[in-house]
Design a protein around this ligand. Structure first.
Ligand code: KE4
Length: 434
């Protein structure tokens, strides 16, 4: 593929933007090569600066669940923009957005809009600390809750991709209040709670993890954490920035039938615009300013353009629940056929899938936590990534990321992806044989 425009744009970008990107995972650091500069997208397809077309399995890391430039969403944004782009004052649209979310997620009674998943998770942790009067939190290795200091301890996504063991700038004081253990290791979580009796404000977890690849909760893991939180007066936080409104209208709480005390959102909730949110029971949320003293704020929180994009997207998802069924069927079709071509290639692999989240690991063992994801043959993932990109299939540029399907994908797109995988694996096998 001719990517000369991306090459020159990347050189130019590095003169004024750190690493040439505004978010590290976009830099192709772990897979190598030049990041593609995208000029437009429509439906299931991305077009780079040289007008090469790619089938998109990133969906902007989750938000573009309906597909790119979805007409109803674009028209709503265009209309709203004519009434200005921000007021810094309350609007009816924010009430309608909050009422829509509350109608979709029964145990969320109050919700506060913010501008990113990081803000949502950071605010939820502060609220849990303010509500309980306790300081420590438990997170799980390989889970990523955004880049707030408290979370940059054994985090997944870009932190794992770049293999950053300790993030400079995160003080020991902050890091000491963040306890970690392996995802799916309920006994280790119970031990941390016992060793830090009455000091833990919150346990925060990705109910289906997407920042080590896609990793499913083992039976009993989330239920066990729920029990611990009930017994120890700990706030149970589901980070549904990825899973919220993607796995179902009610997110992972509905699909897995486990209820959290606070839930954080991002990605799909904004329909591609900068939106995050955190919500839960009145009992807890009433401590948020101006009702309570746990201060949290944002100039562009509830921004009308972001709200109309999110409100339109969520409205379409709520009104057409068959979209979730279609997405899951497409993902299962992809999973089963990738499985078939991987078996034929005789290259060891694991495919994890839940709803419309899926990931491929070049591993001869189950991948159910960060250590098992990290011990996969990620060098082979790197080759697979580029072989697929050369064939017009755009996968997340890291083995520590979930793929995200969008509902504009057709069977032809899926079949092309399967065929490209078959071709890529024979290319990789050929490399292995030499
Ligand atoms: P943002 O601040 O990037 O909107 O959300 C942070 C966040 C919180 N919680 C979960 C479960 C997340 O997956 C994320 C962000 N996800 C990454 C992709 N793995 C965003 C991509 C990026 O960092 O550019």
């Amino acid at each position: 593929m001719n990517i000369s425009s991306s090459i020159s744009l990347f050189e130019r970008a590095q003169k004024t933007i750190p690493g040439g990107v505004n978010s590290p995972v976009r830099a192709f650091k772990s897979v190598g090569g030049t990041p593609l500069f995208i000029s437009k997208a429509k439906g299931a397809y991305l077009y780079d600066a040289d007008d090469n077309r790619y089938i998109d399995y990133i969906a902007s890391w989750g938000p573009m669940i309906l597909g790119h430039a979805y007409e109803e969403v674009v028209k709503a944004i265009q209309r709203q923009a004519l009434s200005s782009t921000s007021y810094g004052a309350p609007t009816k649209l924010e009430i309608e957005m909050a009422e829509l979310i509350v109608s979709m997620v029964p145990n969320v009674e109050l919700i506060r809009m913010v501008s990113s998943g990081t803000e949502a998770c950071m605010s939820a942790i502060r609220l849990a600390r303010g509500y309980t009067g306790k300081n420590k939190i438990i997170k799980f290795e390989g889970c990523y809750h955004g880049h707030a200091d408290s979370f940059l301890v054994k985090a997944g996504s870009g932190v794992a991709t770049l293999n950053i063991q300790t993030v400079p700038g995160v003080t020991a004081g902050v890091a000491n209040d963040t306890l970690t253990c392996a995802y799916n290791d309920l006994a280790a979580a119970e031990q941390l709670v016992a060793e830090n009796k009455d000091q833990i404000a919150a346990i925060i977890v990705e109910p289906v993890a997407g920042n080590m690849g896609c990793i499913l909760p083992q039976p009993g893991f989330l239920e066990g954490l729920r029990r611990i939180c009930d017994q120890e007066n700990i706030v149970f936080i589901f980070d549904e920035v990825m899973t919220g409104f993607r796995l179902s209208a009610g997110g992972a709480q509905e699909k897995l039938n486990v209820k959290a005390d606070l839930v954080t959102y991002g990605k799909v909730i904004g329909g591609g615009m900068p939106v995050g949110a955190f919500g839960g029971s009145k009992e807890i949320m009433q401590h948020i300013a101006p009702l309570g003293n746990v201060y949290q704020a944002g100039t562009l929180s509830g921004n009308p353009i972001a709200m109309i994009a999110g409100y339109t997207t969520l409205g379409i998802l709520k009104g057409n629940p068959h979209i979730y069924k279609e997405l899951e069927e497409k993902t299962i079709y992809l999973r089963d056929n990738l499985h078939r071509v991987f078996i034929a290639s005789k290259i060891p692999f694991v495919i994890n899938q839940f709803g419309s989240m899926i990931s491929v690991h070049f591993s001869d063992h189950a991948v159910n936590d960060f250590a098992s994801a990290a011990s996969a043959k990620n060098e082979l993932f790197k080759k697979y990534f580029h072989a697929m990109l050369d064939r017009g299939i755009y996968l997340p540029p890291s083995a520590f990321e979930s793929w995200f399907l969008n509902n504009a994908l057709t069977k032809e797109d899926l079949d092309r992806t399967i065929e490209a995988t078959k071709e890529s694996l024979s290319e990789i096998s050929g490399d292995q044989v030499q």
